[in-house]
Every structure is written in C-alpha cells, then in structure tokens.
Design a protein around this ligand. Structure first.
Ligand code: PMP
Length: 441
C-alpha cells in the first residue's frame, strides 16, 4: 500500500527513478520514451545540466523570498524576457505556480479591470465547449469538460459556451476556412448579444486545444475574427496557452503565429519544463494601467508567486531554448512527426485525423474514418492505448470520455524540443505497433 493520494488509485503506477534526455526510467530499469513530455511539460527532456546548474546556483543564493517583501534577479529577468518576446503589449507578468492558478488570476484580473472602470455589470465569461482550463473552481467553471465538471456543478459559477474551432468535425463541406472562421465568430457575437454585451467580461479560449482534443489548432483566420468580435463589444480576450505556449508550436507564443495578441494570456507547463512548478499570467498595458491607476493593485496573490528557484529554472529553460535554436527543431521535427504518422496510418480505418502545430500533435481515433463516427466509449480506447504504449516503452497522453456529449478518443504527442529525427522515427514506430495491438485493422 502506498500513502500517495493521487488520482486513479486503482492503477499501479510505475516509480520513476531517473530521467535522462527524452527518456524516463522506472524502478526495474525499463526506459520509456517521453513522447508526450508528461502532459506537454518536459520540453527540454530530463536531467538537463544547464537547468539543474541554474537551480543549484539559485538555491545557494536565495531559494525563496516572499513576493510582498522582495523580487529577485531571476524573477525580474524572466519577466523581462517573457514581456520582450510577447505579442502586442503584454508587458506585465504575474508569476504563479501552475496552469490553473494562471487561469484563475486571468479571470479575476478581467473582472477587477471592469470593476475599476465602473462597468460593474460585466461579470460573465464565455468559453468553448471542448476545452480545459484547469481544475480549480474558477477554471473548472469556464471549462467544457463535462466529466471533470459534473460532481462539482453546484459549486461552479455559471459560464457560457460556444463551439470550439474543430475543422475536422465541424467545417461544412464546401465551406472555406475563412467562411468557417466567420461562422464561429458570428456564433460568438450572437452569444455576446444574447447575454447583453454590457454584462460580458471576457471570452476565454485555448489557442490550440490540448487536454480535451489532442492538439487541435484553429483555422488560420479564426483568432483574428474572434479578436474583432471581442473588440466590437468591449469584451476582453483571454488566451490560455498553458499547454500550447512556450515554444510547443514552434513559436514562443502560439497566438503570435496567427497575428493576434490577447488582453490577458496564461502560460505554464513548458515555462519551467517540469524542473520547477511555475506558471504566469501576462497582462496588456491597458489592463495593467487600469488597475494601477484605479485601486492601485490587483486583489489576488499566492504564497509562492514569483518563487525565486522556480523563476531561475524557467529562465534557464528559456535561455537554453533560445541558445540552441530549439524552436527551429520544433518546427522541423513536428513536420516530420505529422508526415510520418500520416504515412504509417494511411491504411488504418480507426485513425481519423493527424493534426497539430510544431511538436504539439494530436491523433484522433474513430470507429470508421469514412463517416468519422466515434468508437464506443465503453471500450475506453484512449486508456488502452496509453497502457499498451507504456508496455512498448512509450509515453503518450490519452484523452477521451464524454465531452459535452461528444465522445472522442485522442492521443497527444508532445515530445521534448531536443528530440532528433531518429527519436521521431522511433516514437512513430512504437505508436504504430501500439495502435495495431489495440485496434487491429
Ligand atoms: N489550461 C490548459 C490549456 C491546460 O492544458 C491545463 C493542464 N492540462 C491547465 C490549464 C491547468 O494547468 P495545471 O494542471 O498546471 O493547473
């Protein structure tokens, strides 16, 4: 018996004893290729000497200093770096300890922004159906994962939902990407008007959907159309790049590729690459100035915000990514990964879609690729794929279950940015074997 109270206690988890490069090793010495970076976290792989050295150096100086008394050099340098690279005028960085905390901070900042402006009626949030923004009550309230929300519904603030941008399933025959994006923007606008624009605080979306759809990028003009609708109605745009940000798509900020800057942005996961728990919320100049020139400060905070050791780790991670030009590798290896997956699964009736950006790649499984019908949820195909992959020494992140009545079986691949062409070939070979074991064609 173990006293560790983590989810899925019925599953016997392996014990990780060592990590090196793109592999983790269990207590029996078996190696696992970390093709999902955990949950799109470990973007530098494991045991990176530069990050470890930076953490040790920070511990020798000061491990932690409470943010109401001090900042640290690492915290300031990391904020400068993130703001300097950010799209638009996302100039102000608020450090927290993970993704849910970043989203909570974003929701509260949006609300306080309107309170400071005297628009106190603006309290409503619109998000999308197939979405995940975290497990804390605010983030869960806006998320669209029915299974995660269900037991807690009486505790969740009401939120509104519109369609995600899901071209594989929802783009109509004969409809161009531009028309599809315009249709989704119209739907958002109708929802704003239905609620009453004067009551809507923000629209929240993942730039590239992660945990509910296995890396689902929007069509090219979607974010621009959405931005226009928000601007027309004085609604803030909050983008959640907890999974898709920090280089995962081949761009430090995923939305920059679409030429869009939100008013508030949430990041985490790849920011500290798993070496330390850290997330952040970036706020635009307009939002920040409204708070500072109003009541003077954001009414929020956590004990570990701006944690010195976490900031030092994240700064080292970002410096390595830049020094080693790893985003170029993300683009090249991502292209290779999608091309190879499409090739090996070209004949497989249950592989419906291979998609993504950079090294953020989703594979969607279906009963029949001709009509895109879903697999029987009772089969729990995503969970079986994960288990079988582990048997084959491969870590993939599974997603499934009921999401707003739509069942989907997906696998997310998010290998470390340091992976080589040979690593990608090995990942594809092991996934190919896994899929044919679980779903013999
Ligand atoms: N937003 C998104 C898009 C996520 O993918 C996640 C985590 N999967 C979160 C928020 C929550 O982050 P955390 O688990 O670090 O609280």
């Amino acid at each position: 018996m173990t006293h560790v109270f983590h989810r899925n206690p019925q599953h016997t988890l392996k014990r990780a004893v060592r990590g090196q490069g793109i592999s983790l090793f269990d207590q029996d010495g078996r190696a696992y290729l970390d093709a999902s970076g955990g949950a799109a976290v470990s973007c530098l792989g494991h045991g990176h000497p530069d990050v470890i050295a930076a953490i040790k150096a920070q511990l020798d100086e000061v491990a932690y200093a409470h943010s109401s008394f001090f900042t640290t050099q690492a915290c300031e340098d990391l904020a400068d770096f993130l703001a300097g690279e950010a799209p638009g005028d996302l100039d102000h960085v608020y450090f927290v300890s993970g993704g849910s905390e970043a989203v909570e901070a974003a929701l509260k900042l949006a609300r306080q922004y309107f309170v400071e402006r005297g628009e106190t009626e603006r309290s409503q949030f619109i998000a999308r159906r197939q979405s995940y923004h975290g497990n804390t009550l605010g983030a869960l309230a806006i998320g669209g994962n029915a299974w995660r929300r269900q037991p807690f519904l009486p505790l969740l603030a009401p939120a509104h939902h519109v369609s995600p941008c899901y071209a594989y399933r929802d783009q109509l025959p004969g409809e161009t990407e531009e028309q599809y994006a315009a249709r989704l923007a119209d739907e958002l606008e109708r929802k704003i008007l239905e609620i009453g624009a004067e009551r809507v605080a923000a629209f929240v979306a993942e730039t590239v959907v992660g945990a509910t759809a296995g890396a689902l990028p929007p069509v090219r003009t979607y974010l621009r159309r959405i931005r226009e609708v928000c601007d027309r109605h004085g609604v803030l745009l909050i983008l959640d790049e907890v999974m898709s940000g920090m280089g995962r798509t081949g761009h430090l900020y995923a939305c920059a590729e679409d030429g869009v800057a939100p008013d508030i942005l949430a990041i985490a996961k790849g920011l500290g690459a798993g070496y330390q728990p850290i997330g952040a919320m970036l706020a635009s100049r307009r939002v920040y100035d409204t708070i500072v020139n109003g009541s003077g400060f954001f009414q929020h905070g956590h004990t570990y915000m701006g944690h010195a050791t976490a900031c030092a780790a994240a700064l080292a991670v970002q410096r390595v990514i830049r020094r080693d030009a790893l985003l170029d590798n993300v683009l090249a290896r991502g292209e290779q990964l999608r091309t190879r997956l499409r090739a090996v699964f070209a004949d497989h009736p249950n592989v419906g879609d291979v998609r993504g950006r950079g090294l953020f790649v989703g594979v969607e499984f279906v009963r029949d690729r001709a009509d895109k019908s879903v697999l029987d949820p009772a089969l729990k195909t995503h969970a079986r794929l994960k288990r079988q992959a582990m048997e084959n020494g491969l870590m993939v992140y599974p997603m499934g279950g009921t999401v707003d009545g739509v069942h989907g079986d997906h696998v997310l691949l998010a290998p470390p940015f340091i992976c080589t062409a040979a690593d990608i070939d090995e990942i594809v070979a092991r996934l190919d074997r896994t899929v044919r074991q679980v779903l013999p064609a």
